[in-house]
Design a protein around this ligand. Structure first.
Ligand code: ADP
Ligand code: MG
Length: 617
């Protein structure tokens, strides 16, 4: 006998709204339907374990089939099944009212994404179907088959039917506009995305025993870390992230208390230095995929990693902003951060060589983590290393403590100690472009000085962060700032060079630049450009924010080297030659700083041509 009924909850207007809001990821319907099948199997297994249902010897599985001609997509499980009363209650009433609840929550959250969309459940299949049929038979001994059908709008029918097997088959009549869900390839990729680790075998268009399931019901992350081999970790990585470069190393998360958290985080090899590839951290709930890269759960900088995290304790049918403030979620997030920091400090202590080798792949990630998360900074600050001019990697404390003064002797150390006591910030010179600053680098090396290399996009921010966090401890100066202090031979008085400076100024075409004379350690270089660290950073910051900034050139000084023969000869020349020599020295210095204007470049070439002609005679 067939029965008809009206769906009590007014759903006529629900569907267009749900469709519109969920448009971007309506494919979650497949996850919901398959997950329902898995739930039904789990329920049956529990009952069987308790002796309330007969034991079943066969394979528990979910079979998905696509029938292009009939325009149907079906999902069948051999789980608990439903009686007629249960279909009425769980589907007609609960599933539909669940969708109404979901809608209300969604509205409350201002249409903002609800994590995972859990709560929409069975009803979500109407996003792609014009009609849905359910064929089901309960595990109960005298149960009869039940057939239910509805277009999801207002009416449904329910009747007895012949069904031999226990379990449920959901037949979705796919709407014309959603034809893509009748494509086997599309369904396969959806199963791979959402159901990769579901706990029961999933088959697509099952033909026989030889068929291989699409999913991995025992993903590696569920195993005890003690029982996992290196090859297994790599294999899992390749399969899950389709990255054929081996990861650098990984962290296996595995805890049950005070919250359940399992997963593996991989540190990938960074493929390009400039453009950091965004990783992927997939969030699962009891082996069901929820979403990628949920920054409310996983600190944003950790999203540069690749990983899977399964955390059944995260409330999923809530809005993202709620998650952000949820204490449980915060605890989970902090735990993950701690594990990552532990792994890094452990590697630093136990295998410094490997740590150094991985540094170029890790550095941006660690620095970003420090800037974003003070907690993380305090945990890893002592293992941050920098490359110096000799290509050695060392910590800042190590670097700042052992300045490479020429002719180091026993008296040195005492001086160093005093420095610490007086709490003067230690000056640390850095290079932002090894090729472009090569002139400065060679002068520094010549003078027995060293510097660290800070050439990633994050370094300027990181340097400012360090100065702020370690107030008064370090002062960072780019290698072309404060050149005179670093490279001068001895203290000289301003009066000594007054005549030279005035004459040089008078001869220079660039009237904006300041002129200073010093005796530098390296006599070969006639002049160097010095740019104030402060004004350069200010200019960079303005450029970064797209503001019209202070003109960095205004704070530029040319330091002419009184140890250099050309500079020494300068004062004895006539006006015309002075002009030629002063500007030539200026152009050379500017070229080392990489800042010649086009017209300056042109004149520099003309001057060089003139010199060449003289040389040839
Ligand atoms: P939820 O899964 O969150 O309870 P759904 O809307 O997905 O919400 O499903 C509603 C209910 O319908 C389920 O709780 C379950 O009782 C029943 N149900 C759905 N699919 C199946 C199935 N394949 N086998 C047995 N019961 C099912
Ligand atoms: Mg469900």
């Amino acid at each position: 006998m067939s029965k008809q009924g009206n769906i009590r909850i007014s759903s006529e207007n629900m569907m267009p709204i749900i469709k519109k809001w969920l448009y971007s990821d309506k494919d979650i319907f497949l996850r919901e339907i398959v997950a329902n099948g898995a739930d039904a199997i789990t329920k049956f297994k529990k009952l069987a374990e308790m002796g309330e249902a007969p034991a079943y010897e066969g394979e528990f599985c979910i079979k998905i089939s696509v029938d292009k001609d009939a325009k149907t997509l079906s999902v069948e499980d051999n789980g608990i099944g439903m009686t007629e009363d249960e279909v009425e209650k769980y589907i007609t009433q609960i599933a539909f009212s669940g969708a109404a609840d979901f809608l209300a929550k969604y509205e409350q959250a201002g249409g903002e994404g609800i994590i995972g969309h859990f709560g929409l459940g069975f009803y979500s299949a109407y996003m792609v179907s014009e009609n849905i049929e359910i064929f089901t038979k309960s595990y109960r001994e005298d149960a009869k088959g039940v057939h239910w059908e509805s277009d999801g709008e207002s009416t449904y029918t329910i009747e007895e039917c012949d069904r031999a097997e226990r379990g449920t088959k959901i037949v979705m009549h796919i709407a014309d506009a959603e034809k893509e869900f009748l494509d086997e390839g599309r369904i396969r990729s959806l199963v791979e995305k959402y159901c990769a680790f579901m706990p029961y075998n999933i088959y697509l268009n099952y033909t026989g025993k030889e068929d291989k399931p699409l999913n991995d019901t025992q993903p590696l992350y569920l195993k005890n870390p003690k029982d996992c081999t290196e090859e297994e970790y790599k294999e899992f990585y390749r399969k899950t992230f389709h990255d054929y470069h081996d990861p650098l190393f990984w962290i296996h998360l595995n805890m049950d208390y005070p919250f359940r958290l399992k997963g593996i985080l991989y540190f990938p090899k960074v493929k390009s230095k400039v453009e950091l590839e965004r990783g992927k951290v997939k969030l699962y709930c009891n082996q069901v995929f929820i979403a990628d890269n949920i920054k409310e759960v996983i600190p944003e900088y950790l999203l540069l990693l690749n990983g899977v995290i399964d955390c059944p304790d995260i409330p999923l049918n809530v809005s993202r902003s709620f998650l952000q403030n949820d204490r449980q979620v915060q605890k989970i997030s902090r735990h993950i951060t701690k594990k990552v920091a532990d792994k890094l400090t452990g590697l630093f202590k136990e295998d410094l060589e490997k740590f150094k080798n991985c540094w170029s792949d890790l550095s941006v990630f660690i620095k970003l983590g420090c800037i974003k998360d003070e907690d993380f900074y305090s945990k890893v600050k002592d293992i941050i290393i920098f490359k110096d001019l000799n290509g050695d990697y060392r910590t800042l404390a190590d670097f700042a403590g052992k300045k490479e003064e020429p002719a180091a002797d026993a008296g040195e150390e005492k001086k160093e100690e005093k420095k610490e006591e007086s709490k003067e910030p230690v000056t640390v010179y850095y290079v932002s472009d090894e090729a472009g600053q090569s002139q400065y680098i060679s002068m520094f090396k010549n003078a027995g000085l060293n510097a660290i290399v800070c050439d990633t996009f994050i370094d300027p921010h990181f340097i400012s962060y360090l100065e702020f966090k370690e107030t008064g401890k370090y002062r960072f100066l780019r290698i072309d700032a404060d050149v005179d202090a670093a490279l001068k031979e001895s203290e000289s008085k301003e009066e000594d060079n007054k005549e030279l400076v005035e004459a040089f100024k008078a001869a220079l075409k660039n009237t904006k630049i300041a002129v200073k004379a010093e005796k530098l350690k390296n006599a070969d270089v006639p002049a160097v450009i010095n740019v104030s660290e402060f004004s350069r950073r200010f200019g960079e910051m303005n450029a970064f924010y797209g503001l019209a900034g202070a003109d960095a050139d205004a704070d530029m000084t040319i330091i002419i080297n009184t140890a250099n023969a050309a500079v020494q000869a300068f004062i004895g020349l006539d006006d015309e030659k002075r002009k030629f020599v002063a500007n030539q020295i200026y152009y050379m210095a500017m070229l080392s700083y990489k800042k010649l204007a086009p017209e300056e470049m042109q004149e520099f070439s003309q001057n060089n041509m003139a010199l060449l002609k003289q040389f040839i005679g």
